[in-house]
Design a protein around this ligand. Structure first.
Ligand code: MV4
Length: 480
């Protein structure tokens, strides 16, 4: 592979191109009109304008992107995350045009894109799953009988959903039918597929996912877990690795389960197997994400690997250069997603001009960033500016470094989730490790953030006064 095209923008496009560059591979960026001055365009060896700002007129134009790739003699396309990354038709189109799709085969994307097909595929692999139905519900009264056996509350999920889309909690038998009818019509509207199934509702779970990596020679390894319970309306905000709650035994069990899920769909490349972990530490397979995920850096740090490099090696048909037994966890890593959103105003997008934009630097700090000072943040795409990643020997060290890095991160012109990161890192529930997916709902309010800001301002004022008095003393010495 001599040249790859990155079919993405922002921090992930740069992240992928960095590794390509390190491997001596030429890079091609694609961009929309609003991104013409973006860092990912400047970073690439070549860059091609592919269309207007709306992603369906640019970053989602698979055929156009393949045309560009062919005309520039590109060997492989890296899709990043979002956009075309989990589009099975696009993966197939690449294959048809003799361009390597740096990701799994279209078969695996298709199977895992349907929750019911995924359940079907892993049947017989002895993977723990939440009690429920494994076929689309056609008979509502039959489903109600099953729901009663499982016990309320139950969750209705759309087969074509995922990442929290198309889910509905049913608390009592009385509302079962009406909720079921709503769920089906919602699924038809949202996904064009009305298939739904039911599961027992796990009340206070943690979201733990396992990073896997597979080559075309049948080798599959896992790179431990990421704890992603700190999320808001299914949008992750803080991720970490390892999780404070996994014992080495549980980690091994979940890792082996994840490897089996990957084998069940003939997986190739980097993938993530999502599990719920209940309060008794039972784990259940939820879904598999067939892409490199946003939060992959925390795994890279604790496992000491470059996941993009592994993706490219595997895509070239090489054997994985590492075995499971080569891997061990070193240290602890945290990631804060820096969104252009206002945490004091219901996380509304805060787009505008980056008047000041300076990144923190130092040992134990990694920033995967897609923006620079003087740029406008466009309204057309995901509002994530960067990922602030810190790491240390211990979790405490990574948390303290995160607080310092947030304080050193200078942004003026727009609001960001940086203060929210401070809130999380100072919260007792987070520092103690005693939290679940309800953390934000349970503990966060704009008032709590304001209180904390005032508290910090007071401390800053006290420190300033103390310093002032000390300076006075020093100044007085010669005069006394
Ligand atoms: C669940 C669940 C409780 N019980 N399934 C949400 C995203 C999708 N991947 C699956 N999700 C859930 N499935 C059962 N049977 C709770 C969630 C869930 C959740 C999962 C992971 C992270 C955050 C979450 C927030 C709300 C609900």
């Amino acid at each position: 592979m001599k040249k790859i095209l990155v079919a993405n923008r922002g921090e992930i496009a740069i992240r992928v191109m960095r590794t390509a560059q390190k491997m001596g591979i030429k890079t091609v960026a694609v961009y929309s009109t609003v991104d013409r001055n973006s860092p990912h365009v400047k970073f690439a060896d070549e860059a091609v304008l592919i269309g207007e700002a709306p992603s369906n007129q640019s970053y989602l134009l698979g055929e156009k992107i393949i045309e560009v790739a062919k005309s520039l003699h590109v060997d492989g396309i890296h899709p990043g995350y979002g956009f075309l990354s989990e589009n099975a038709d696009f993966a197939e189109l690449c294959e048809k045009n003799n361009i390597v799709f740096i990701g799994p085969k279209s078969h695996a994307i298709r199977v895992m894109g349907s929750k019911l097909a995924a359940k079907e595929a892993v049947k017989g692999y002895d993977i723990p799953m939440v009690p429920g139905t494994d076929e689309a519900i056609t008979d509502i009264s039959e489903a109600k009988t099953i729901a009663k056996t499982i016990g309320f509350p139950i969750l209705i999920k759309a087969s074509a959903g995922g990442g929290g889309k198309g889910m509905r909690i049913v608390d009592t038998e009385a509302e079962f039918e009406s909720q079921m009818n709503r769920a089906i019509s919602e699924a038809v509207n949202a996904f064009g597929d009305g298939s739904v199934f039911i599961e027992k509702y796990v009340g206070s779970p943690r979201h733990i996912e396992i990073q896997v990596m597979a080559d075309t020679h049948g080798n599959v390894i896992h790179l431990f877990e990421r704890e992603c319970s700190i999320q808001r309306r299914h949008q992750k905000v803080v991720e970490e690795a390892p999780s404070v709650v996994l014992t080495p035994e549980l980690r091994e069990q979940m890792g082996q389960a994840a490897i089996k899920v990957a084998k069940a769909c003939d997986y190739v490349g980097a993938g993530t197997v999502e599990f719920l972990l209940d309060e008794y530490k039972n784990f259940y397979f939820l879904e598999m994400n067939t892409r490199l995920q946003v939060e992959h850096p925390v795994s890279e740090i604790i496992a000491n690997v470059d996941l993009v490099e592994l993706q490219i090696q595997v895509a070239r048909g090489e054997m994985l250069p590492i075995k499971q037994s080569d891997l061990k966890i070193t240290g602890h890593a945290l990631e804060l997603r820096v969104y252009a959103e206002d945490p004091l105003n219901d996380f509304l997008p805060s787009v505008g001009h980056l008047e000041v934009y300076k990144l923190p630097e130092g040992t134990g700090i990694r920033v995967d960033n897609g923006f620079e000072q003087g740029m406008d943040v466009p309204i057309y795409y995901d509002p994530m500016l960067a990922k602030l990643i810190t790491y240390g020997k211990t979790r405490e060290e990574a948390i303290q470094l995160m607080l310092k890095a947030i304080a050193d991160y200078q942004v003026k012109g727009i609001e960001t989730t940086l203060p929210f990161g401070t809130f999380v890192c100072q919260h007792e529930a987070f520092t103690s490790g005693d939290f679940d997916t309800h953390f934000v709902k349970k503990h966060y309010s704009p008032e709590a953030l304001k209180d904390e800001a005032e508290h910090e301002a007071k401390i800053a004022a006290l420190v300033a006064v103390k310093q002032y008095l000390e300076d006075q003393k020093l100044l007085r010495i010669p005069t006394n």
